[in-house]
Design a protein around this ligand. Structure first.
Ligand code: THU
Length: 152
């Protein structure tokens, strides 16, 4: 099994339809690895890096419920461990048939750590997407720069 897929894409910030389709596909593939015996709620995520690598993650739950990890955070942690610090986009997949999967608040903050203007593709199993920026998902956010702002 390939650990990292590569997508051919134009250099621009705008992703082609094929790239979005492939990213969604990769998030759906990642969803198949979900370890969620407690919630039975499968989630997959696929991150697109600046060099067009795709790094995926799934949710990983635990018998000690509060230790469960979300798919998005797993994907981001894997990518950061590989040396990436910025991202073009992330796609998220679940089994909800009528709703776009919405990332939890913790994952929004985790995404925001690595910039607020990149794209998040919320998807449905039929492949349809809702594109939002991290900033739209988490407005008026707290980020790394805030730590060094003027204090009393
Ligand atoms: N979950 C994610 O992995 N990502 C989301 O965006 C929403 C929720 C996981 C956490 C838990 O394993 C299961 O879905 C139910 O909350």
């Amino acid at each position: 099994m390939d650990k990292v897929t590569h997508i051919k894409d134009q250099g621009s910030r705008h992703l082609s339809q094929e790239t979005v389709k492939e990213l969604i596909h990769q998030s759906q593939e990642a969803k198949k690895q979900a370890y969620c015996p407690y919630s039975k709620f499968r989630v997959g995520a696929a991150l697109l890096t600046p060099d067009n690598s795709v790094i995926t993650g799934c949710n990983v739950e635990n018998a000690c419920y509060n230790l469960g990890l979300c798919a998005e955070r797993n994907a981001i942690s894997r990518a950061v461990s590989e040396g990436y610090r910025t991202f073009k986009a992330i796609a998220i997949a679940s089994d909800l048939s009528d709703q776009f999967i919405s990332p939890c608040g913790g994952c929004r903050q985790f995404m925001r750590e690595f910039g607020s203007s990149w794209d998040v593709y919320l998807s449905k199993p039929d492949g349809s997407t809702l594109k939002m920026t991290v900033d739209e998902l988490l407005p008026v956010s707290f980020g790394p720069q805030d730590l060094s702002m003027k204090k009393v």
